[in-house]
Design a protein around this ligand. Structure first.
Ligand SMILES: C[S@@+](CC[C@H](N)C(=O)[O-])C[C@H]1O[C@@H](n2cnc3c(N)ncnc32)[C@H](O)[C@@H]1O
Length: 247
């Protein structure tokens, strides 16, 4: 009798093992790494939020509008050369994201007479300035767009070239903003990103307001953009060309 009991319990435990081996394994969820990290200690001009190892800066307020229009800017940032280097077609649709006063947007408007320019900004005061200048310059092809921190609010698949000068490092939600920009860009469309050179300690700009090419590539390749080239004609800034892949 004892022998029979031992035999039965052996069969039962073998069966249990077999069932375990054949039962579908429950998938162990892998944690998604957080996109952003917040820390209490950061730079005085930072918002205490990090993305891809970089601390994000505060948005330049409307009070700085005059600084964007300072006369010496044309030699420091060579806006007409910037437009030339963009190789725009007269029919192109351009989006100037973080347009500020429209310093670049109104120059693009002249370069794309049969196209249009979306001048996108977060701050309604900047958009009011853009509207006033639009009337003054009779620039009918400039369209002001008020964005949110996460969405450029541009039409889908409608933009040939996105331009971002001295703004990307201010995006409070760079990942989400870039997703919305990617949706607006046509396949093969370009992004021109201008940033003060983070590699150069002689560029007299606060560190968080500058970016290295390595960091720009890291962040933009992370969202799926293709790095094309850096053009080195500006005295203090990088002119970085990126592309939305065609497939
Ligand atoms: C330093 S200014 C540069 C303005 C302009 N690109 C120029 O070079 O004259 C940065 C501008 O980007 C805007 N900005 C910051 N974050 C933004 C966002 N998520 N979406 C749209 N505009 C943004 C700010 O309101 C500000 O007008």
């Amino acid at each position: 009798m004892n022998k029979l009991l031992i035999l039965l319990s052996l069969i039962a435990s073998q069966a249990a093992c077999l069932m375990q081996a054949t039962a579908p394994q429950k998938a162990v969820p892998t944690p998604t790494p957080a996109l952003y990290e917040t820390r209490t200690k950061g730079a005085p001009d930072g918002i205490g939020k990090w993305y891809q190892g970089r601390e994000i800066t505060f948005v330049m307020g409307f009070a700085g509008a005059d600084w964007l229009e300072r006369p010496e800017r044309s030699s420091e940032e060579q806006p007409d050369r910037v437009v030339k280097e963009m190789n725009l077609k007269p029919t192109d649709v351009v989006a100037d994201v973080g347009a500020g006063t429209g310093y670049f947007a109104f120059r693009f408007a002249r370069a794309v007479p049969q196209g249009k320019v979306y001048a996108v900004d977060l701050q309604p005061e900047m958009l009011n300035l853009i509207e006033t200048r639009k009337r003054e310059f009779k620039a009918e092809n400039v369209i002001g767009v008020q964005s949110t921190e996460q969405d450029a609010r541009l039409p889908a698949n409608a933009v040939d070239v996105v331009f971002m000068a001295d703004v990307y490092h201010e995006f409070a939600y760079p990942f989400e903003m870039m997703q919305s920009i990617l949706k607006a860009l046509k396949p093969g469309g370009r992004i021109i990103q201008i940033e003060y050179r983070g590699e150069d300690p002689n560029v007299p700009i606060k560190p968080l307001h500058k970016m290295t090419v390595k960091q720009v590539r890291k962040e933009q390749e992370f969202v799926g953009l293709k790095f094309v080239e850096v053009k080195n004609f500006l005295p203090q800034q990088h002119f970085i060309v990126l592309e939305k892949p065609r497939s």
